[in-house]
Ligand binder design. Structure first.
Ligand SMILES: Nc1ncnc2c1ncn2[C@@H]1O[C@H](COP(=O)(O)OP(=O)(O)OP(=O)(O)O)[C@@H](O)[C@H]1O
Ligand code: SF4
Ligand SMILES: [Mg+2]
Length: 383
């Protein structure tokens, strides 16, 4: 815990102490990542349910910064069943991207580290890996082949100085190129562009990213992500930068391609409309924790957590006239200094007496619906 002086700022001495302590912790964790020739038995594990593509259990991902430890993901658990789409929603900064980067082992290291928990990835051949223990050299083979990620901003994900074709060919050659000639790889790249709904695929193959529109670039990213038929697709706000019609097309494309290769999607978005259209299950995150999860019907018809209720109230409804849309008052607590009670308490308009107690654990409302809120303790709602 960082000690601030009376001005509210960290002293130079205190800042140096934090840096030293951070280095000690991250050096230890880095050593584990970089080990060579780690026996597979160290990261082999068992899925709790073989029908899941991914199981995240009690994941803690922290950033060891010079002003203190940011608990970006602080005990997140949820599953992604095979063939299903799980939507992850939550306010900006609640840890959605950090969760997905943890799954891909693409955190900004050495500051960003998984400090606790398990991420079990079902490889589909009877094997399952715990990503938190998988060494970096093995991860290169898992990314692309078993899981891939579509990022929010395609322009920053594509390399501006290489043609689209060269970038797609490289991915295929690296992950799926064994025994394939250059012509065969090119043919596959063009086929992928066609599958992603690009009309002039031969032309686009020879273009640079800046010659494409935002929607086309996003399609290229989708083609790239799906090039090796991954079992799990993580889409981090794949349509936020696009207008509504292109957004609908991209979502359709993603859904069709997912069904074609029978994979699962973890879809991160701010947009509840996108969730309603795409997701089978919904996970609601707040300040680095899951506050509610359930099927899409449960979350939309019976939102239980006051934060989810607020989110639902803040979306426009066709045919309902309102002067001003509802917005949740207040702001998220400082991730460096989280309270020891419910993180939503300072903004919650539905508090009960017990809410000053420790952080509420998850309560089961149905076999698939869980919420972490004192209102549902003792089986009584809103005492
Ligand atoms: N590299 C980093 N160094 C320090 N803190 C970071 C870093 N990356 C993310 N964080 C912190 O982790 C927390 C979660 O960030 P994250 O990017 O996961 O939010 P998000 O839910 O994806 O938000 P958005 O909806 O805006 O994309 C934030 O408090 C953020 O400041
Ligand atoms: S536990 Fe209490 S403060 Fe927290 S969300 Fe539920 S009602 Fe609100
Ligand atoms: Mg994000």
């Amino acid at each position: 815990m960082s000690k601030k002086n009376e001005t509210g700022y960290l002293s130079a001495k205190e800042s140096r102490r934090i840096s030293r302590e951070n280095r000690r912790i991250t050096d230890q964790l880095e050593k584990r990542h970089k080990r060579k020739n780690v026996p597979e038995s160290e990261y082999l594990t068992q899925m709790k349910d073989p029908n899941n593509a991914l199981e995240i259990e009690n994941l803690h991902t922290y950033f060891f910064s010079d002003v203190g430890t940011v608990r970006a993901v602080d005990g997140v658990s949820f599953d992604v069943p095979i063939g299903k789409t799980v939507g992850v929603v939550g306010e900006s900064g609640c840890g959605k991207s950090v969760t997905s980067l943890s799954i891909m082992q693409l955190l900004q290291r050495p500051q960003g580290q998984i400090v606790d928990g398990e991420i079990r990835l079902n490889l589909g051949n009877g094997k399952c890996y715990d990503i938190t223990k998988t060494p970096t050299e093995r991860m290169q083979n898992l990314r692309g082949n078993y899981m891939s990620m579509i990022f929010q901003e395609p322009m920053t994900s594509l390399n501006p100085v290489f043609r689209i074709g060269a970038q797609l060919d490289e991915v295929i050659a690296l992950h799926d190129g064994e025994g394939k000639s250059k012509e065969e790889i090119k043919e596959r790249s063009i086929h992928l562009l066609e599958m992603a709904g690009i009309a002039n695929c031969e032309g686009v193959y020879n273009m640079f990213p800046h010659e494409l529109s935002g929607g086309m670039r996003q399609r290229v990213m989708i083609a790239m992500a799906l090039s090796c038929n991954p079992k799990l697709i993580i889409a981090d706000e794949p349509t936020t930068a696009l207008d509504v019609t292109i957004q609908a097309q991209i979502l359709d494309l993603l859904r069709n391609l997912k069904n074609k290769i029978n994979s699962s999607i973890m879809l991160i978005t701010h947009d509840l409309g996108v969730i309603a259209e795409m997701a089978d299950y919904v996970v609601v995150m707040y300040a680095g924790r899951v506050v509610e999860k359930g099927t899409v019907e449960e979350i939309f018809a019976n939102p239980a957590h006051p934060y989810t209720i607020g989110l639902m109230a803040s979306k426009p409804v066709v045919g309902k006239k309102v002067d001003k849309l509802y917005s949740i008052p207040g702001k998220v607590p400082n991730p460096i200094n989280m309270p020891d009670y419910c993180y939503f308490k300072d903004r919650c308009e539905m508090q009960v007496e017990k809410c000053s107690g420790e952080y509420p654990h998850m309560i089961q409302l149905s076999p698939t619906h869980m919420v972490s809120c004192y209102r549902y303790f003792d089986g009584k709602v809103g005492e």
